[in-house]
Write a protein that binds this ligand. Structure first.
Ligand SMILES: *Cc1c(COP(=O)(O)O)cnc(C)c1O
Length: 388
């Protein structure tokens, strides 16, 4: 049997689509569009600016937004920082309270903690058992001085999808602005910002077959944010720094492809997920982290009772997937998302996050099922011998 690695970690990052890589390559060398897009004094600068603005329109089109509402950043982490810190600082005169949840990505959680250290107040919503944030919980947390609500579209560990319309409407009814981390949603879920009550939205290219190191923050007209990075006043003063033409063109191409191929991709991935779930669901001790029904097809979080998590992960060496644990230097801790959901520690450590993508195949799924089945059998037999 081949021991070539099988990539099942598309929610961590995706490979760059070859069509994206080609577009990027045309914006690097002397024979390409390499000039500084801010160079107004020559033709080469104009061409680079044109490339950047074309990509800005491609990203805006995926969201049904205006290109002037797209601010380039280095990724979703920076977009989350800019949204939270930039909005809270710029609007502190109206209130100091922010509402978010305990299962956000660390880019939001750590930023909210930094704001607490600056004197802002944060309310932390807990997820319901289905992994989603209840609109009722948000309603109860809103205060007269709440100026920002930040909740993710799709959870990166669970694949669960929040009801953005209901949550955003509550934020707006209380006079707060709604920020959404859409790093896992863009290009996979339809996001129509003309219709959805969202004011700030974070995007990343590398979760959707674009390059790492580029992202964007959607900033709805008239939403005031303060810059975090100063120097030159690029991006209408919201984010300075020479624009990375090749990265930006790659993100634009990736988003345009996603728009074209989203439905086909997601349908194929849904079929692969069914195959995976049928294969894994019947294994002894298998437990889904959240019930089926409110999730994206590309992410499956499944835990196994009665096996040691670390031994399981070691036994699955050729499967590139994520686990329900976070390694610190000294110890292995269960993922905070699973802990918040009430998953017992032992099962959290024996939880696999399998995420599928554009290049996943049925053969890969079958191999993964066989590997996991074999590993579980071996580990359980071993532990039965030991305890006998
Ligand atoms: C990957 C991810 C991020 C971070 O994005 P980068 O572009 O890598 O900075 C933020 N939020 C979520 C939900 C993610 O999945």
């Amino acid at each position: 049997m081949s021991s070539a690695p099988i990539y099942l970690d598309y929610a961590a990052t995706t490979p760059v689509d070859p069509r994206v890589a080609q577009a990027m390559a045309r914006h690097l060398g002397l024979d390409g569009t390499f000039a500084n897009p801010a160079s107004r004094s020559h033709m080469l600068g104009w061409l680079a600016e044109q490339a950047v603005e074309g990509a800005r329109r491609q990203v805006a089109d995926l969201l049904n937004a205006d290109p002037r509402e797209i601010v380039w950043t280095s990724g979703a982490t920076e977009a989350d920082n800019l949204a939270l810190i930039g909005y809270m600082r710029a609007n502190r005169a109206r209130g100091r309270h922010l509402v978010t949840s305990t299962i956000e990505h660390k880019a939001v959680i750590d930023t909210a903690h930094a704001l607490e250290n600056e004197g802002f107040e944060v309310s932390w919503l807990k997820p319901a058992a289905d992994g989603r944030i209840c609109p009722e919980a948000l309603e109860a947390a809103m205060r007269p001085d709440t100026i920002l609500v930040s909740l993710m579209a799709v959870n990166n560990e669970l694949g669960t999808v929040n009801d953005l319309e209901a949550l955003g409407n509550i934020a707006h009814r209380h006079g707060a602005v709604f920020h959404v981390d859409a790093a896992q949603a863009a290009g996979k879920l339809a996001l129509d910002l003309e219709r959805l009550p969202i004011d700030l939205l974070s995007l990343s290219a590398h979760k959707i077959y674009g390059p790492k190191g580029i992202g964007a923050l959607y900033v709805r007209r008239d939403t005031r944010i303060e810059a975090l990075i100063h120097g030159g006043g690029h991006e209408r003063g919201m984010r300075s720094g020479t624009l990375a033409t090749h990265q930006i063109v790659g993100m634009g191409e990736a988003f345009a492809l996603a728009e074209l191929e989203r439905e086909d991709d997601m349908q194929r991935i849904a079929e692969l997920r069914t195959r995976l779930l049928e294969g894994l669901g019947e294994l002894e001790g298998a437990r889904l982290s959240v019930a089926e029904g409110h999730g994206m097809a590309n992410i499956l979080s499944i835990g196994f009772d009665g096996v040691d998590g670390q031994a399981l992960v070691m036994a699955l060496r050729r499967l590139a997937l994520s686990t329900g644990s976070a390694c610190n230097s000294a110890s292995v801790a269960p993922s905070y998302v699973l802990t918040e959901l009430g998953v017992p520690t032992a099962r959290a450590l024996a939880t696999l996050r399998i995420s599928l993508g554009r290049f996943s195949t049925a053969t890969e799924i079958d191999t993964a099922i066989a590997d996991i089945r074999e590993a579980l059998d071996k580990l359980r037999k071993g532990s039965r011998v030991q305890s006998a």
